[in-house]
Design a protein around this ligand. Structure first.
Ligand code: PHE
Length: 340
């Protein structure tokens, strides 16, 4: 009986109770009407007289250990109780799910990675811009429609402060603060006053590229973009440049890639043309270099700008741009496997 009581004492001291119902079961088990301790006290009558002293002391110790345990656990559980009457279960196993990157971040990181491998650094600029950085220094004529309220979210008129409509504003910031050679990309968020649809949003993301040095040519631009297209969409990707117009580049072009879904044969992604447009580009207009304190007789450069949403939609075959902004977990979880 002595050994048995000693074992009970050990069990009581080391047992862990984390909830009120566990505590109640413990109480019933030891000091309930038919609990262990009343039973042991009953058996005490049968203990030999010479053992009575030791057994008596041990039995009292056991009873005190049970009482102490009950008070101690009760105090702890009550201290965890909140105002609403629920107690915080500090012993509950953690069920946190691992997060994953947003598809736009995955593609932005991939673009940054591709350009950093050929020596482009990353820079950024403010999302709230003045007229000079977003338009004037980029050779936008005074009456250019992009300056219109219809396209631009103005914060203040006179002086014009607006949400930047493209990351080309960062070209100006970088030219102001750095001397050539300049070789950088600028990822960032841009804003345009557009109706939201499957193909357009008032907030979207761009990556701008700028390269200024002596003797930079259109061939350098083409080679850089060809490298990018193959790295992003695969070795067999072809590119084609179509003449276009931007106030800040001359000549200007839009670049298409051969459709990576059908390989150029024609499908609904490329609207049966075999080509999809991915970016605008051109040689930096000498007026822009001049406005930003770079001598156009000494330096030339190229610039390009692409929409991250567009590239992400092509890469992952996403049909509706609004999905990027809704934060629906059913959509986002599909990208868990992509870790970059
Ligand atoms: N800023 C242009 C746009 O938003 C893209 C562009 C960037 C074109 C650089 C040429 C050079 O459409």
């Amino acid at each position: 009986m002595i050994d048995k009581i000693k074992q009970y004492i050990d069990a009581v001291v080391s047992c862990e109770l984390t909830k009120f119902d566990e505590l109640e079961n413990f109480r019933i088990q030891y000091i309930g009407k038919k609990g262990l301790i009343p039973v042991l006290f009953n058996d005490f009558k049968t203990v030999a007289p010479e053992d009575r002293k030791e057994v008596g002391i041990l039995l009292n110790n056991l009873k005190n250990a049970v009482q102490d345990k009950i008070t101690q656990v009760k105090n702890l559980l009550e201290s965890l109780e909140t105002d609403s009457g629920h107690y915080i279960d500090l012993f509950m196993p953690v069920q946190a799910e691992a997060g994953s990157r947003h598809p736009l971040s995955i593609i932005r990181n991939k673009i940054t990675d591709i350009f950093s491998r050929i020596g482009f650094t990353v820079a950024d600029g403010p999302e709230i811009e003045d007229d000079w950085h977003n338009f004037t220094a980029l050779n936008f004529p005074e009456e250019h429609p992009a300056r219109d309220m219809q396209d631009t979210f103005f914060i203040e008129k006179k002086p014009d402060i607006a949400l930047r409509t493209h990351t080309s504003s960062v070209q100006v910031r970088v030219m102001e603060s750095q001397k050539p050679p300049i070789r950088s990309i600028f990822p960032g968020r841009v804003f345009r006053n557009e109706a939201i649809s499957a193909r357009a949003h008032c907030i979207f993301h761009q990556v701008e590229g700028l390269y200024i040095d002596k003797n930079v040519s259109f061939a350098d631009l083409k080679q850089t973009l060809m490298y990018f297209a193959k790295e992003m969409f695969g070795e067999n990707t072809g590119i084609r440049l179509r003449p276009s117009y931007f106030p800040f580049t001359e000549p200007s072009a839009e670049m298409d890639i051969s459709c990576h879904i059908c390989g150029g044969k024609g499908c609904n992604i490329c609207k049966y043309t075999g080509w999809v447009e991915i970016l605008g580009c051109g040689m930096v207009d000498p007026n822009v270099l001049q406005s930003n304190g770079i001598d156009p007789d000494e330096y030339t450069g190229f610039a390009f700008g692409m929409g991250i949403e567009r590239i992400t939609m092509l890469k992952f075959q996403i049909k509706d741009l609004r999905l990027f902004f809704e934060n629906d977990l059913k959509f986002l979880r599909q990208f868990e496997a992509s870790i970059t």
